[in-house]
Design a protein around this ligand. Structure first.
Ligand code: 8YV
Length: 326
């Protein structure tokens, strides 16, 4: 079947989104296989004006160079660290994501991870299922959540929604961003390490990418301390995962709740046997409601681009003048 549209799918997407992209836009998927991809691009590269992808795959500078008429990279998801956004901006290629619609569900998941990690809920569920309750009696005591000092790394849309929820738990909120947020009711810490020193729980809600890689390094985790908990609903790349595993192993951290990992879907083997660690398969935005809203916003961006040349929720606005010069 020959490519008859201008929309290219890069990487796997939500099945209903893939169907609509195929049905309405004739969008084909870029082959994963090297040779098949080469052949596909030789035939179709010039026709591609828009790519739809997700944070799982993205578009690197190499693929941008192979698509001379690409005008927009439309992401399903709020995170776009797998796309070379700086290069896209240089080339005049617009980039969009799906902000806001997933904020509630990601914040809900962060709170769920915090409750589960500190109270040992999933571990206690395993205990009951294993038939250990009648034999061993009570599970070990856990740690109180309400009233804890919580640090938020990245007080953006999602970080703010987490802070808002935890305020209702009587938690004191401190945060770190590159710059203090104007008018924020929360206390500012000048660095991630300073933040970690001041709190019982550190919640990572920062964007991924080169700028935030290993922002939570060994020093920050050591500052969090043996009574401290780490929660990550952002990107695995923000945390030095080897240091995290090492400190958990040696009892230098109280526990961790992780929805994201450095090399998904791989999870460090050592974590699998730790009962003070809660492991989720990157599900934070994964509700019927939110994924449907993400699908609609993805298609709204695509439609807007195809009809007007702009994007409805741009990270980088398309620059058509710049694109033509190249
Ligand atoms: C999932 C996410 O990755 O929005 C994001 O950045 O990480 C999640 O929503 C979603 O499946 C998009 O790939």
């Amino acid at each position: 079947s020959s490519f008859h549209g201008s929309v290219l799918r890069v990487g796997p997407l939500k099945p209903s989104l893939e169907e609509r992209l195929e049905g309405t836009y004739g969008a084909q998927r870029l082959p994963d296989d090297r040779e098949a991809r080469k052949a596909f691009l030789a035939r179709n590269a010039d026709a591609v004006t828009a790519v739809v992808t997700s944070g799982r795959t993205g578009v690197d500078a190499g693929l941008m160079a192979e698509l001379p008429n690409l005008g927009a990279i439309v992401h399903f998801g709020v995170g776009y660290d797998t796309t070379d956004v700086a290069r896209a901006a240089e080339l005049g290629i617009g980039v969009s994501n799906t902000p806001d619609v997933l904020t509630d569900c990601v914040a809900d998941t962060a709170v769920g991870l915090l409750l589960d990690t500190m109270r040992g809920l999933a571990a206690a569920d395993r205990f009951v299922r294993a038939g250990r309750w009648p034999v061993e009696g009570n599970v070990p005591l856990t740690r109180k959540v309400s009233g804890t000092d919580v640090g938020i790394l990245g007080l953006g849309r999602i970080g703010s929604a987490i802070a808002h929820r935890l305020t209702a738990f009587g938690c004191r909120i401190t945060y770190h961003n590159r710059r203090p947020v104007d008018g924020s009711p929360y206390r500012y810490a000048a660095s991630p390490a300073e933040l970690a020193t001041q709190v019982d729980v550190l919640i990572v809600a920062a964007a991924g990418g080169a700028d935030t890689r290993h922002l939570v390094d060994r020093d920050v985790l050591e500052a969090l301390g043996a009574d401290g908990f780490l929660i990550n609903v952002a990107r695995g790349s923000v945390v030095d995962e080897d240091a995290l595993v090492d400190l958990l192993r040696r009892g230098r951290l109280a526990g961790a709740g992780l929805d994201v990992f450095a090399h998904e879907p791989e999870v460090p083997e050592a974590l699998l046997s730790m009962d003070n660690v809660v492991l989720l398969p990157h599900l934070a935005s994964g509700t019927v409601e939110t994924r449907a809203a993400m699908e609609e916003l993805t298609l709204a961006n695509l439609d807007t681009f195809l009809q007007t040349g702009d994007l409805s929720t741009p990270v980088v606005a398309p620059n058509h003048a710049l694109r033509k010069d190249i």
